[in-house]
Design a protein around this ligand. Structure first.
Ligand SMILES: Cc1cc2nc3c(=O)[nH]c(=O)nc-3n(C[C@H](O)[C@H](O)[C@H](O)COP(=O)(O)OP(=O)(O)OC[C@H]3O[C@@H](n4cnc5c(N)ncnc54)[C@H](O)[C@@H]3O)c2cc1C
Length: 405
């Protein structure tokens, strides 16, 4: 590729493919480089995706990747007080990431992107201080590929974030350590709802999830805050599966057919995601919800903004950080407050005792949970005051400071 409007996207996950699709729509020449030979494998995901993110990014969820439609969720507080949210129509899906990631990549290729698999980016090329390409190791050889813009869509351990200096190193608490199983022979109580369980002993600063996959299958997993708790994520999950009453009801006969390990950046987005000639998107940029750990939808929306802005900048011949900043401004306009507020809410909830979470669960509806997760205001203050519960009222005062109630 030797054109003068060439964008290299490092990473062929949801962020990379969404970026490529949008950059191609704007007429840029695109090469996606991925170190894997089959994107999406191993699966490191609970595989839940809402319709909203892909809808905004104007990307149809590949039908062949859909396992089951999802109508909502049930959250269990530590004492198993449940809060339900269920819509009439499906608002999302449990997908198969092996199929999903590959199909999105296929669409990006069908739209004209070049794809280079099995090519690990190990360095950046710079011209007069501006990023102007990548150095890859491919088939045992070291090659340099020139580009007008390099987009780092290379996930939580982004090499591009490290090489550009855009990512500070993670502290343990910045990361959720995740472990999960795909299980068969499950006897799920809610085949079209996701289940979440909370509790400081069950899953410190995190949650356990049970996501239905159809035909008695489920993704059962856990995310715990780095440095929190005394056991590994797997130990917490195994203990849950063996001893917890919710698991006994649904997973007593279940068998494990796949293990999944992964890390999630839950510290909010990087302070800055653009430099001269390069930008970051998806997990590499920290586009992950600090409470739910969901990242695919954000990756696709921010990717579509990144592709559009990067293409515009290369076609105008100005890829300075000042011009690429339009990407930063646009994605922050859409999600900046949501990430910032959710981070504050997450930190407040960490400090909240299990008993207070139980009391909160008694007064909130599923609708309020959805609103709180997306940093919207909820009307629960009066209800909380009426309980005369000192700790719940003090939590409400803190929420009021965050303008969330
Ligand atoms: C256990 C777990 C459960 C999760 N569950 C959900 C969920 O249910 N729903 C949800 O929305 N999100 C979930 N997430 C988060 C979600 O998986 C990520 O937010 C999403 O995959 C981010 O997409 P991405 O394209 O930014 O990165 P990735 O999907 O990580 O893709 C990055 C790509 O970059 C490639 N790459 C990396 N380094 C290099 C390099 N040096 N050179 C070339 N290529 C490179 C990788 O091979 C990979 O293909 C979960 C995460 C974990 C760990």
């Amino acid at each position: 590729m030797s054109s003068d409007n060439h964008i290299i996207i490092v990473g062929g996950g949801p962020a990379g493919s969404a970026t490529a699709l949008s950059a191609r729509r704007e007429g840029a020449e695109v090469t996606i480089v991925d170190r894997k030979t089959h994107v999406g494998i191993p699966v490191q995901c609970g595989e839940a995706i809402g319709k909203t993110g892909p809808g905004i990014a104007e990307i149809e969820i590949p039908e062949e990747s859909i396992r089951v439609p999802i109508r909502g969720f049930r959250v269990y507080s530590p004492a198993l007080i449940s809060v339900d949210f269920a819509e009439k129509e499906p608002s999302g899906y449990i997908i198969d990431r092996r199929v999903f990631d590959k199909e999105l990549l296929a669409r990006a290729a069908e739209a004209g992107s070049d794809v280079l698999l099995g090519a690990k980016v190990i360095g950046l090329k710079r011209s007069k201080g501006t990023v102007s390409g990548v150095v890859v190791r491919h088939n045992g050889e070291r090659k340099t590929i020139k580009a007008n813009v390099v987009i780092g869509a290379d996930g939580v351990n982004s090499e591009i974030a490290r090489l550009t200096g855009l990512r500070r190193s993670f502290k343990p608490a910045d990361i959720d350590s995740c472990f999960g199983y795909e299980m068969v022979n499950c006897n799920l109580e809610f085949p079209d709802l996701m289940e979440f369980l909370l509790g400081s002993d069950l899953c410190p600063r995190g949650y356990i999830w049970i996501f239905p996959k159809g035909e008695g299958r489920a993704n059962v997993g856990i995310g715990i805050g780095g440095g929190f708790g005394e056991h590994t994520a797997q130990q917490y999950l195994d203990h849950f599966i063996k001893h917890h009453e919710i698991a006994k009801r649904q997973l007593a006969k279940a068998k494990i057919v796949e293990c999944r390990v992964g890390a999630l950046p839950v510290c909010g987005p990087n302070e800055q995601n653009v430099v001269d000639g390069a930008l970051l998107v998806g997990d590499a940029a920290g586009h992950v919800h600090p409470i739910t750990g969901g990242g695919m939808g954000y990756a696709m929306v921010c990717g579509s903004i990144a592709g559009q802005v990067a293409s515009k900048c290369v076609s105008k011949g100005d890829v300075s950080a000042a011009r690429l900043q339009e990407y930063e401004t646009k994605w922050r306009k859409r999600y900046g407050d949501e990430f910032a507020q959710s981070l504050k809410l997450r930190d407040l909830l960490i400090e909240t005792e299990d008993e207070t979470l139980d009391r909160l669960a008694r007064i909130v509806t599923g609708d309020s949970v959805v609103k709180m997760a997306s940093a919207r205001k909820v009307k629960i203050f009066a209800k909380a005051m009426a309980t005369r519960d000192r700790k719940l009222i003090s939590l409400m005062r803190e929420l009021r400071k965050l303008k969330m109630v």
